[in-house]
Design a protein around this ligand. Structure first.
Ligand code: GLN
Length: 277
């Protein structure tokens, strides 16, 4: 009998060892990471590439992420991610890709990125496949039209050709069925980036573009003859997306962000890119 108990104990121990060390994202589920200090979290933190904080993004989303004239990345998300990486003692590595690929990069058993920062809206569906940090900004979906368009409010969108960016909430809402408040998939075109969607509007291939307000402002500024409707499409929260299996990273990012908010760094970055009116 004693032998049997010893055997079972050995088995249980072996199994729990496998559970802890199986892959670098598997952690002790019972740990209360949220109550640990940043220093404690740093000691336990694992990332996709050791010593680095890898961020996936789509750098066509001003003022959150875009390419500077010299080809480097800039924007609110870029600088906030840099400040978070510094707090975590990691080097920030930015991987630029399409928006839907950026979301996928943090998901699954072998994620390619630690965090996705791309003005990502928190949605229930996305919460099923990734962890979200505390929200750090609000976004608004707006409608861009050509000046003189017969679209005067969102009530006029029915039957129009709507341009959106692939994989975004703008696409998700608009392509939904009319019963669910959308305009039907057949009326919505998904472009690779916000910029190509706006180009399609300029060229007359779509009647309007539904996209987040901040990039919309930048696109309208850069293209004569466009304007943004006064009526908002919807309000949403932006947060940092992370792998479901890395609870330590989630807590560490939240702790780092809380410090950046408390010491004013976060607001300073936002003010640099979105000057108060
Ligand atoms: N906020 C939108 C979303 O999360 C769009 C983000 C983007 O285009 N980068 O779907």
């Amino acid at each position: 009998m004693k032998k049997m108990i010893a055997l079972i104990l050995a088995l249980v121990m072996a199994l729990s060892l496998v559970a802890c060390g199986g892959n670098n994202n598997t952690e002790d589920d019972t740990k209360d990471y949220a109550s640990m200090s940043l220093e404690e979290l740093k000691a336990e933190l694992t990332t996709v590439t050791e010593g680095k904080l890898t961020m996936s993004t789509n750098a066509t989303f001003p003022p959150y992420e875009m390419l500077a004239d010299d080809g480097s990345f800039e924007g609110i998300d870029v600088e906030v991610a840099g400040a978070i990486a510094e707090k975590l003692g990691l080097e920030l590595q930015i991987d630029d890709m399409s928006f839907d690929a950026a979301l996928l990069a943090v998901q699954g058993d072998s994620p390619k990125a630690d965090i996705v920062m791309a003005g990502v809206t928190v949605t229930e569906d996305r919460q099923l496949v990734m962890n979200f940090s505390d929200s750090y900004a609000t976004g608004i979906q707006v409608v861009i039209v050509k000046e003189g368009s017969d679209i005067k409010s969102i009530d006029d969108l029915e039957g129009k050709k709507i341009g959106t960016q692939m994989g975004t909430t703008g696409y998700i809402y608009c392509s939904d069925t009319p019963e669910n408040g959308g305009y039907g998939e057949e009326n919505v075109i998904a472009y690779d980036s916000g910029i190509t969607a706006v180009q399609a509007l300029v060229n007359g291939q779509v009647d309007c573009v539904v996209i987040d307000n901040e990039p919309a402002q930048a696109y309208v500024k850069a293209n004569a003859g466009l304007s943004i409707l006064d009526t908002e499409f919807t309000n949403e929260d932006y947060a940092i997306g992370m792998n479901k299996g890395n609870a330590c990273l989630l807590a560490a990012v939240n702790a780092a962000m809380a410090e950046l908010k408390a010491d004013g760094t976060f607001q300073k970055i936002v003010d640099k890119y979105i000057p108060a009116e």
